[in-house]
Design a protein around this ligand. Structure first.
Ligand SMILES: *Cc1c(COP(=O)(O)O)cnc(C)c1O
Length: 398
């Protein structure tokens, strides 16, 4: 068996039309969204809103900023409880902490989605749920919205891993009051940094535009609500600067258009890996619900026995195959779990902890091809047989 030599964090180049657009912006010198006529940022907002079918979109500095803008626009402030999944990435509890609010963590189930039973129990504790579609796993959104609507809880969706995904045909980010997206390099479009929000609510849209630092130039936004809506909020919303610049918007516009094709490519790689991992002893793939149109930009498996995971990870790493493990003692790279978030009050989440101890995660970059997935599959199957299979059946892959 040959060693896998590619990087799990390598991006594709920025597409040529995006590079040309970026060069045009730089030649103009007009890099600020309010200095450019016509504005790339305003065009991006129109195109993104149209792509998800939203009335309003706003381009901002990061996915984390998008979430804080949504929370602030909903009136979340110091000390307020905000519900969120126990399994997510640090910027999610970080966004709640950034507005001085208090994360209340909800269990996840072994489909890696928010546990609707635990959510129902905790709904009376908060006014807002920031649901994280972590690693692209969408909850049963009809059921989730029915529970939250009945409890009067507003829903903000963290769609950092679901740009291009949908539940029962409705795009992620279009179920709750606000959808928040990231355009950071390791997500589904690559501007280095950047974020997008979408909403149908004109008051939330106006508040988020004012928050982002619009200097009274809000009429120049791509999908701004009417002047009368701004009149209700002007002067009461602080300027918390987090605008997007023309250069990033220029790079992003062609990528938004190309996303459906990229999603197909991601899913072909995902299905190839999933098929290979399905045959690996000691590992269970996470089955995707029929209603979910997902983006396979990463893949997760559950190991039967967490105690045997470290040896399996080390063996895969020796072949060049990189897993992230959510059961590690220390936070590592992008991988952390709720125990590592010292700014979040400790909470008892026994079911999530048992799942995270078994949870392995692999990035699926578009710089991989079918042959790469086949080789990764062979390495994982062989090392799983050796380290995770029934001890009596252990054999040497070499
Ligand atoms: C990356 C990420 C974010 C935030 O995005 P940034 O643009 O890095 O601020 C939010 N949620 C999840 C789950 C993420 O992975």
């Amino acid at each position: 068996m040959e060693r896998f030599a590619k990087s799990f964090t390598r991006q594709e180049p920025i597409p040529e039309p995006a590079i040309e657009a970026a060069v045009r912006v730089m030649r103009s010198g007009a890099l600020h969204r309010y200095g450019a006529e016509p504005s790339e940022v305003a065009a991006l907002e129109r195109e993104f809103a149209a792509s998800v079918g939203a009335a309003h979109a706003l381009a901002v500095a990061s996915g984390g900023y998008a979430m804080t803008a949504a929370l602030r626009a909903l009136g979340v402030g110091p000390g307020d409880p905000v519900l969120t999944n126990a399994w997510t990435l640090a910027p999610v509890p970080g966004a709640i902490a950034a507005v001085g609010a208090r994360p209340v963590l909800v269990e996840v189930d072994d489909s890696l989605r928010i546990d609707l039973g635990d959510l129902e129990v905790k709904l009376p504790q908060a006014r807002v749920l920031l649901v994280s579609h972590m690693r692209g796993h969408l909850a049963d959104m009809e059921a989730l919205m029915a529970l939250c609507d009945a409890a009067g809880v507003a829903v903000v969706e963290d769609c950092a891993h679901t740009m291009g995904a949908a539940w029962n045909g409705r795009p992620s980010g279009r179920w709750g009051a606000v959808g928040c997206f990231s355009c950071q390099t390791y997500k589904h479009v690559n501007a280095g940094e950047g974020g997008l929000v979408c909403t149908d609510d004109p008051d939330l849209a106006a508040r988020m535009i004012l928050l982002s630092g619009s200097y009274m130039l809000y009429a120049r936004h791509g999908t701004a609500p009417a002047e009368a809506v701004f009149a209700r909020h002007k002067g009461t919303v602080p300027n918390v600067s987090g605008r997007m610049d023309e250069l990033r918007a220029a790079i992003l516009r062609p990528q938004i258009g190309a996303l459906p094709r990229q999603v197909e490519r991601w899913n072909a790689l995902y299905r190839a890996l999933e098929d290979a991992f399905r045959d690996a002893p000691g590992l269970a793939v996470v089955e995707r619900p029929q209603a979910e149109a997902f983006v396979g930009s990463s893949i997760q498996v559950l190991a039967h026995d967490p105690a045997r995971v470290p040896a399996f990870l080390a063996a895969c790493a020796a072949w060049g195959v990189e897993w992230k493990w959510f059961g590690g003692a220390e936070a590592h790279g992008f991988t952390s779990r709720h125990h590592h978030w010292g700014y979040v009050a400790p909470q008892r989440l026994p079911r999530s902890d048992a799942i995270l101890a078994r949870l392995l995660d692999m990035r699926v970059p578009l710089t991989f091809d079918a042959a790469d997935c086949a080789l990764i599959g062979r390495i994982v199957a062989a090392e799983a047989a050796r380290h995770l299979g029934a001890p009596s059946r252990a054999r040497d892959p070499a």
